[in-house]
Design a binder for this molecule. Structure first.
Ligand SMILES: [Zn+2]
Length: 381
């Protein structure tokens, strides 16, 4: 972070959201470290169109002219920004990121069954001229089907340089001792067997990067980190959870959500945190190691009351809360997000954006203050 802060460029984030009509939202916000006061003159101003629901409690102004600079929004300035697409996959998670150097990352792969065909079409659109998609990193937060629904499709139709797979293992992997490849001792690996997870694991066994070499496959663990990109515009990805291979070694109590990885992407002074479906107890478990003043939080467990505990939120104090959640017709039979969680965000003036209300949500993190970009997104549903 210290090195990043030495960049001469100031930093701004622009959240761009397009709704089903041809209209879109540009939320132009100061998201520099929210622990600091900045000289940015757009602080707390959110520019929205009239057709969307905005849950935040900050000042909003209406403005349909969202492209207010000299940038025509093409790809020429891609090397100046990181784009984070929170895709509307119904009741599930999928986030596609393109880094300034062109590196790509996919975090989770949507929901199995109800919406997976639409997700597959949508993610394919990011690679219009390529037979196979290419991902430098494919991170799966955990092995539930609303997060790895199309993970096998991704692996089978892409060149993937690195995969962060779930820390749980299939029955066959436990039986064969495959978990030993990851340094896990016998008796410590946690087994979860589902058809969706098995398809993903089977696909990984034959995964290759574009040069024919094996894809690197990792498991997430607190303390691990890696970099994306080169100096000057690189991002650091740091993992905080899970902290163990087996949370309940002596009981039959088992919940895959506890094995969700909590990690944070640091880029240009910004912090974007992902928690999968981690529970309150997981947040508490790693609280002291987490950064403060997170700029964007991918809200855990789709806004369920099992997650986003008050002490956790008091610690990270997110500026934006992105909730990936479906409607009743796209798999949300759980009443997510829970009003208790929404109230916590509202009480701390966190700006809430929901995929069930807005469709795809794009966050752009720019290295230059003078440019504003407006993306054109087509919601999958
Ligand atoms: Zn989930």
């Amino acid at each position: 972070m210290d090195k990043i802060k030495k960049l001469r460029y100031a930093v701004k984030i622009f959240a761009v959201i397009l709704v089903m009509s041809s209209m879109f939202i540009l939320a132009s916000c100061d998201l520099l470290d929210n622990s600091q006061n900045t000289n940015d003159n757009t602080t707390t101003n959110n520019t929205t169109n009239n057709n969307t629901t905005n849950n935040n409690t900050t000042n909003n102004t209406t403005n349909n002219n969202t492209d207010d600079d000299d940038d025509n929004g093409d790809d020429d300035s891609r090397n100046n920004e990181m784009r984070v697409y929170f895709l509307d996959v119904g009741q599930g998670d999928a986030v596609f990121i393109r880094f300034p150097g062109g590196e790509t990352m996919l975090i989770d792969a949507g929901r199995w069954n109800l919406t997976h065909n639409a997700f597959r079409r949508r993610i394919r659109e990011f690679f219009p001229d390529q037979e196979r998609m290419q991902f430098d990193w494919f991170i799966t937060t955990h092995s539930h089907a609303d997060h790895i629904g199309s993970a096998d499709f991704i692996v089978n139709n892409s060149y993937i340089r690195n995969i962060v797979r779930p820390i749980t293992f299939t029955q066959a992997e436990v039986s064969s001792g495959a978990y030993r490849d990851f340094g896990i001792s016998p008796g410590s690996a946690r087994m979860q067997q589902t058809a969706t997870f098995q398809r993903f694991v089977t696909a990984m066994e034959t995964s290759r990067w574009i040069d024919g070499s094996d894809t690197n496959i990792y498991i997430p663990m607190a303390g691990k980190y890696f970099y994306v990109g080169s100096l000057g515009s690189r991002a650091r990805v740091t993992f905080y959870s899970p902290t163990t291979y087996n949370y309940n070694p002596n009981t039959n109590t088992f919940n895959v959500n506890h094995y969700s990885t909590i990690f944070c992407i640091y880029f240009a002074g910004q912090r974007i945190m992902f928690t999968g479906d981690a529970y309150y107890i997981n947040e508490q478990n790693v609280l002291d190691s987490l950064p403060r003043n997170v700029n964007v939080l991918d809200v855990g467990h789709h806004g369920s009351s099992t997650s986003s505990g008050q002490t956790f939120l008091d610690h990270i104090r997110p500026t934006y809360a992105i909730i990936q959640v479906g409607t009743t017709s796209t798999g949300n039979g759980y009443g997510h997000p829970h009003q208790v969680v929404l109230n916590r965000f509202l009480a701390m003036d966190t700006i809430i954006k929901r995929t069930d209300q807005l469709g795809d949500i794009l966050i752009q993190i720019c290295l230059e203050t003078s440019r504003k970009r407006v993306g054109a997104l087509v919601p999958a549903y």
